[in-house]
Design a protein around this ligand. Structure first.
Ligand code: IMP
Ligand code: MG
Length: 194
């Protein structure tokens, strides 16, 4: 019977493509504690809804909400901003929370990375147009040097320079989301999957 590949084999394969690690698991854990404390202090005992932007924020949002003790709900949104590679494509709304989850609610949009700002600016506008009482934003990574419009996150875990990163939910062509750290890829990894 063919053996199912174990996790360490998958990580070894992925790690061959890693140029350097930008944030280790320990650094991410410490960053999350600081971030969650700020978010929890902002909302206190007020109810709010975390709107997780799929797919990239799935790892981050799962770790973040478990560190916030207040009464929060969870909803999901999805856009396609990166068609396949590393450059932005046309922005499409693929999934939006139900109107009962939006109207009159305080929402916290959570995304993996704030790059040009197009995704979160568009989603914020859409949620306000659909009746949200308030829309704040929280990103795992912020890449301010890439911003193409005026948008500042209310909360961010870390700032990064202009480098394409993967891991901890972030992908290149659908891969590397399962890396437990944040890394830059070697040039051959981009070329192999082109
Ligand atoms: P924005 O609309 O340009 O701010 O792009 C946000 C989306 O682009 C994120 O949700 C990511 O899916 C993707 N993205 C931007 N930069 C990176 C990166 O360095 N690695 C992986 N995905 C990225
Ligand atoms: Mg992505």
């Amino acid at each position: 019977m063919a053996a199912f590949p174990n996790l360490s084999d998958l990580l070894v394969n992925h790690q061959d493509d890693v140029e350097r690690i930008l944030f280790t698991e320990d650094e991410i854990r410490a960053g999350l504690e600081r971030l969650a404390a700020r978010v929890a202090a902002c909302y206190g005992q007020e109810p709010f809804t975390v709107v997780s932007v799929l797919k990239g924020s799935c790892v981050f949002v799962a770790d973040l909400i478990r560190r916030i003790p207040g009464p929060l709900e969870l909803a999901f949104a999805a856009t396609s901003s990166y068609a396949a590679g590393t450059e932005p494509g046309r922005l499409e709304l693929l999934l939006c929370p139900d109107e009962r989850e939006i109207e009159g609610r305080r929402l916290l949009l959570v995304d993996d990375i704030l790059d040009t700002g197009r995704t979160l600016a568009a989603l914020r506008g859409e949620l306000l147009a659909r009746g949200a009482a308030e829309v704040r934003s929280c990103v795992f990574l912020d890449k301010p040097s890439r911003r193409s419009l005026l948008f500042e996150p209310d909360f961010r875990c870390f700032e990064v320079g202009d480098v394409f990163v993967v891991g901890y939910g972030l992908d290149f062509r659908g891969r590397y989301r399962n890396l437990p750290f944040v890394a830059a890829l070697k040039a051959h990894a981009f070329a192999q999957q082109a």
